[in-house]
Ligand binder design. Structure first.
Ligand code: FES
Length: 99
């Protein structure tokens, strides 16, 4: 019996899952890449798995990849994109308050 494991960027894991499903092969995703503090305190690793909210650092990090809501996870990762861009711009212009 074959088994696929994936770990890496969320889009890569999503498409690995779709490919494994196409070949009817079980796939496990390790969600280490979405963790920040790894203590269950920051909430960055919150993910929907099988319709249930999980925290990768507490409940995982390994999950049945076919149960992960990849689109929701991707949307969560993009939630602060504009603020991150503004912060990077301020840093590059050296107008960041932390300098
Ligand atoms: S990494 Fe912060 S809550 Fe899981």
């Amino acid at each position: 019996m074959s088994q696929v494991f994936c770990v890496g960027p969320v889009p890569m894991m999503k498409f690995s899952t779709l490919t494994a499903q196409k070949y009817d092969t079980p796939i496990t995703a390790s969600l280490n890449p979405i963790m920040v503090d790894g203590t269950g305190m920051c909430g960055c690793c919150r993910v929907e798995v099988g319709g249930v909210t999980k925290f990768a650092c507490v409940d995982g990090p390994d999950f049945d990849a076919t149960l992960v809501d990849w689109d929701d996870l991707r949307a969560r990762q993009a939630a602060y994109r504009s603020e991150e861009g503004a912060s990077l711009k301020a840093y590059e212009e050296k107008s960041c308050a932390c300098h």
